[in-house]
Unconditional design. Sequence first.
Length: 433
Amino acid sequence: MILHEKIAEQLPAWRERVAKLVKEHGDVVVDQVTIAQVYGGMRDIKSLVTDISFVDPATGIKFRGLSIPEVLEQLPKPDGANIPYVGAIFYLLLIGEVPTKEQAEAVEAEWARRAEVPGYVYDVLRAMPTDTHPMVLFSQAVLALERTSEFTRRYHEGMKKDTYWEPTLEDALNLTAKAPVIAAFIYRWKYGDKQEPRYQASLDFGANFARMLGVPDKGYEDLSRLYFILHSDHELGNVSAHATHLVGSALSDAYYAFSAGLNGLAGPLHGLANQECLAWLISVRDRFGGVPTRQQLYDFAWETLNSGKVIPGYGHAVLRVTDPRFTAQLEYAKKHFPEDTLVQIAELVYEVVPQVLKEQGKAKNPAPNVDAISGTLQYYYGVREFDFYTVLFGVGRSLGVMANLVWARALGQPIERPKSVTTAMLEDAAAQA
């Protein structure tokens, strides 16, 4: 398998690099922690290591050093498509190199080989109440797959620590192959014909998802590719990535770890925000019967803030500029369906709301993030069940967190166990400062 070969080829140099850094420079101080950070959710504390992606506050996300425009330009694309293979981004995240078309297609072929979901997983989902949230179903399905874990099987058989990454890679490939199939079944079971989807080996990951979901518009295949690429990774500190990493650090297998990540993603301060953003745009459309004037939107934004609510989709924990993921989606929408009312409103909000937030003076970054428009694109293609949007996010996020898990095992990263302090200790420290 090409991914196994490539990682095995790189691994000796990476292990030597990390071991040398820790041995020779382990006492070097890289950050200082304040009381505000301890009480403020560990914001900006440099305490995690990942080479998969990095968020530069001034320029945005970099996947293995490549910006989003560079990724969309350099990664190979299926014939006739405008957006790269999803297999190409997974290769890039795992290997750190831009794949050839043949290498990207090799990843796609691995997914096609592994995509079949065991029947008992569907039985588990069918046994759940019909009003169960799609994210509960997704997390439950991932947990149900745990019995197939190669890592767990081989761990109990006995294996050396330096080979932990190999069955973890197997689990990562199996999980990412099945994730879009499970997501499509959840959609069809809750909102459609209730049939089990079929993954077609002749189609790539994005095209398969569009077909399995039952969206007839050919453009949705490219949107699926774009959506999964943009949502694949965003450093290791966000809740879904960190939860996956934390649980994985206990040597829990990929299924336990990713289920934990999905449970974090379901929170309204993380992945659930995308549906709140779309709901706000729809409320603007309904309030004004279409696209408002700039003044009307300006007044409505202030009305929202003055009522004690927030304008969802604006602001980011790390970024201090417009999220490049927002830009990529806005450009896609303007290219393919510029006359859509919600797209026009989203663009107008982008022009008006940051100024309102600056005037309010509370937001450190008043620019839009990825959630500000992602639901709008799904809505255009007829995927209008808001509760499902975070499942889409989860399918994309599986790519990044699995790449991180494989490399954490490959480099022997230890169990994560930060030290706690008491409030009295912090008060004593403050008094002595």
